[in-house]
Design a protein around this ligand. Sequence first.
Ligand SMILES: NC(=O)C1=CN([C@@H]2O[C@H](COP(=O)(O)OP(=O)(O)OC[C@H]3O[C@@H](n4cnc5c(N)ncnc54)[C@H](O)[C@@H]3O)[C@@H](O)[C@H]2O)C=CC1
Ligand SMILES: O=C(O)C(=O)COP(=O)(O)O
Length: 536
Amino acid sequence: MAQKFKILIAGNNDPISSKGIELLQAESSFDVVVNMNLKEEAAMIEASRDVHAIIVRSGAKVTAKVFDAATNLKVIGRAGVGVDNIDVPVASKRGVVVMNTPGGNTISTAEQAFTLMMALSRKTPQAHATIVSGKWDRKSFQGTEVYGKTLVVLGMGRIGAEFAKRAKAFGMSVVAYDPYLSKNRADSLGVTLCEDLDAAIVQADYITMHMPLTPETKHMINAKRLASLKKSCRIINCARGGLIDDAALAQALTDGTISGAALDVFETEPPPADYPLLKAPNTVFTPHLGASTEEAQENVGIEIAEVIKAHLLLGTVVNAVNMPNVDPKVLNEIGPFLKFGELLGRLVSQIAPARSNVVSINYSGKVGSGDTTLISRAVLKGFLERAVGAEQVNYINANGVAENLGLRFTESRLPEANLFTDLIEVQASNGSETASIAGTFFAGEPRIVKVNERHIETRPEGTLLLIENQDRPGMIAAYSSILGKNQVNIADMSLSRNKEGGTALTLLTLDSCPSPEVLAELEKVPGIVRVHCVTV
Ligand SMILES: NC(=O)C1=CN([C@@H]2O[C@H](COP(=O)(O)OP(=O)(O)OC[C@H]3O[C@@H](n4cnc5c(N)ncnc54)[C@H](O)[C@@H]3O)[C@@H](O)[C@H]2O)C=CC1
Ligand SMILES: O=C(O)C(=O)COP(=O)(O)O
């Protein structure tokens, strides 16, 4: 019977599009539970216990404790962009893929930010409030035009670029500050690239912010920067609370250091009633509504449902923030290499020199001409299992685990086929010694074709005994007799030597693993240099 997957649509009064939910409900192997009342962590923990997937917007928080409880969890889908309500490092550690829907709410958020800029310039909410309170006041609400003004866009990504296009249509001159924006892209958007944040913002009549909240961007607009702005400057933040120091902003507005602020996002959401910013003059606020349009919600709701469904049913990975993408075509092509890469990593870890600090993966042939990111992660996973335990390492956290152990990993790719159509070679080195195993596929079957630079041919199955010895007569008889006398049966054998009278390598496939005593006896045989027992 096909596996059943339980999917939790989790929210805190921030609904996911019914079209997305229906798409999941139509799948017979999915059990879809919708709970929009998950404000408290305890409720979220309870609701997540036995689920395989969770879909959220920004309201429900997926914390470390939720991961502790959700032991079946495979994937989290964020119907939107920001994943700051999900503990992504913990997700990665647990091997849970986190996917989002970049792009689906871009236009809506750019439109919301633009609306905020216009409403701030024309004091629209304040004017509205007086009318509904019975006043007709035409003196207090003189505004300013945006036409001809300088707009500084901080973060020229998807939303920033859409904002900039609209601003240009309104006759604004646009300056961009974004350390990752190329000059070509700035030129094609028709904006002036400024490489220095402080130099950019002092020119601004308007500043709009469109970047994620990271340690680098936290409090990017602080008291010092606010003090450097033109008195006429107005700030719009429709990205994330915390990009601006809200307390410093409240002070700057109260002191008249700047002329206004329009915010869709706050450092604390929702802001408490005594939040100083709420009392500051010249503000326009909305409660995190950037993505709250019919169109955006339908886009992100359907997209997240589709990618979660594809992940659970087919293993594809799209829009993941903690893993490379794997589409069905790629998965079909590299699927066998993933398993094999993991196996090669596991084998090399068993013959690696002590304190290996570099793992090198060399691809050649067809496999080397494609994207090998995921195969390398599979190799690393296999290699690291001995060090940290198989449960602790997965495709998502493999690079981080390696980094923590001080293990460097290098990759080389040669599209040309050598002796084999596809070859993956994994080497581990501690600087003075190196061990390596290379493998390929023969008619779809995996084969080990090289060990420690010696050509050999073995199926990677069962227990392998690797013996390096001086190339002289009598060696095979010596080790065979020790194995025989200890009831260890040899199922297969492959021999290789570098040169006559040099060092020979034997790879034996055994029916059982020799005891440590038998391995020690083998190592004592004159002429035997090294013995390794490796389990596949
Ligand atoms: N208010 C709302 O409802 C919504 C808010 N957002 C938020 O808007 C923000 C932007 O979203 P997108 O444009 O889709 O993201 P994006 O990834 O397309 O753009 C982000 C841009 O910020 C730039 N950036 C990164 N670090 C920077 C730094 N230190 N200084 C200046 N620029 C920097 C990046 O290079 C990138 O170009 C995100 O934080 C997202 O969560 C998105 C949708 C709705
Ligand atoms: O997509 C984002 O980053 C947003 O901030 C939108 O949040 P929401 O889905 O409206 O809770």
